[in-house]
Design a protein around this ligand. Sequence first.
Ligand code: ATP
Ligand code: MG
Ligand code: MG
Ligand code: MG
Length: 562
Amino acid sequence: MRQSMTLIPTLRELPSDAEIKSHQLLLRAGFIKQIASGVYSYLPLAKKALDNIEQIVREEMEKAGAAELLLPALQPAELWQDSGRWYTYGDELMRMHDRHDRSFALGPTHEEVITSIVSDGVPSYKRLPITLYQIQTKFRDEKRPRFGLLRGREFIMKDAYSFHTSEESLDDVYLKMYQAYTNIFTRCGLDFRAVLADSGAIGGKDTQEFMVLSEIGEDTIAYSDSSSYAANIEMAEVNCDYEKSAELEKELTKVDTPGQKTIAEVSDFLDVQASNIIKSLVMIVDEEPVMVLVRGDHELNDIKVKNALDADSVEFADEDHTKELLNCSFGSIGPVNLPSSLKIIADKAVESMMNAVCGANDDDCHYVNVVPGRDFQVETYADIRFIQEGDPSPDGKGTIRFARGIEVGHIFKLGTTYSEAMSAKYLDENGKSHPYIMGCYGIGVSRTLAAVAEQFNDENGLIWPTNIAPYDIHLIPVNMKDAAQEELAERLYNELKGHRFNVLLDDRNERPGVKFKDSDLIGMPVRVTVGKKAAEGIVEVKIRKTGEMQEVKVEQLLDVLT
Ligand code: ATP
Ligand code: MG
Ligand code: MG
Ligand code: MG
């Protein structure tokens, strides 16, 4: 591609609202352009890099036996009502109406659509198992879109779904997907780790997340320094069984005044585990406002605990943070760091939280006469603690360390949650019907692009790994007005393309300084500069990653590059 014919709008200044490296560099290097909060255009270079990631994904999916299809983004509300998620998904689901006032959603994920398709098209056990995948734009009205492509409201996801007649068959495909994901992220050049994740209230069993290790990751990984144990901190909390937590749970469940609800019953009602509630309560008790762990996926929790912390229970210097805390939903958003300016008044906060959890009298939620302090002891909450660095690993081997990660992939054994809710069934060899056993497997394709950019850069710009790079070679004639240079550059451009290199030719009439700066910024793996020695048939080859430069005779160029 000739640079004069494509669009690479590089910027010299640091974009003001971009906080992290990948976001800054993708903007500055002319890869992406924001069009609304969390919504981006992928300009030509980004499109090329995305295509490369998608190609890797497709190859590994096909290897794992998954067939590609493409599902609609626009989905009728009825489908989501069937699964129940219309009512539980919350504000992240983008909802809309058509001209006949029918309700629709823009797909944040596609369990409903795929389940309805498979249940219509694969009614017999003979056609199972089957795994289907797509690469498609997803919509989620994220509360806090940020970090560029890392958390968008419109983003590209690869999502795969598998359907089975037995747990063994699901185990088998889950393993294949695990392997495929490992291959994909390895081929992308990423430093990543697969970690155990919390299946929350979706009802599934095994689930693992693929985390790219990065300081700016929004997830915390707890891993053992001397075994293979690695888990999302939410899951590590579940795995570790601290005595104090166990004691506390007893404490909370022991009171059973006739006619009144105990915390256990309340949590039964909420369809979550008592420990989930407890852990959420802990968030407000530590003397130091260090961390809030918001747990549990159940939407009822959301309804109940939203605004549980009222303004009376917190003192703040920073209004934005406080508002965010007050609106903190019970979704599994993981640990949230509180600013040190925020002081939490424990007693009042516990009380308001308790009132929200136990004293609810909203529509569809009636449990009464539960009085904090009488039906359970509020004071003991302060004894609970979170898993910390230095704790023994839950698997009994070694010591826990923390790292930050970016969730780029997630594999999940769903079981029959969706097929049961949607009455999606197959017939077995005796003509008896059963709900499909399902798995789902997601990769954030656009997020992966940003994760690569986050891991591979230096002070001069991006450094693309060869498998992802938009072009293999950046070919730069220093002076387009010099006939020898122009001629040699044109010749090399054609020859290299003939040898299946993807070449970007900087045929612009720009000053050398501009060309080199841009070249470092956009970060193709190899730069070939055609300069003063063009007449002698000598060019300069520079490796972007190492900065290593060498002069090469044109006849030897191909050898050097391969
Ligand atoms: P997160 O915890 O970051 O919100 P998630 O657990 O909600 O992600 P999944 O439902 O597991 O996401 O979706 C599968 C994959 O889609 C994720 O592993 C992630 O890579 C990607 N993804 C999810 N939300 C976004 C987003 N807002 N922007 C870009 N990629 C996303
Ligand atoms: Mg999410
Ligand atoms: Mg997640
Ligand atoms: Mg996930």
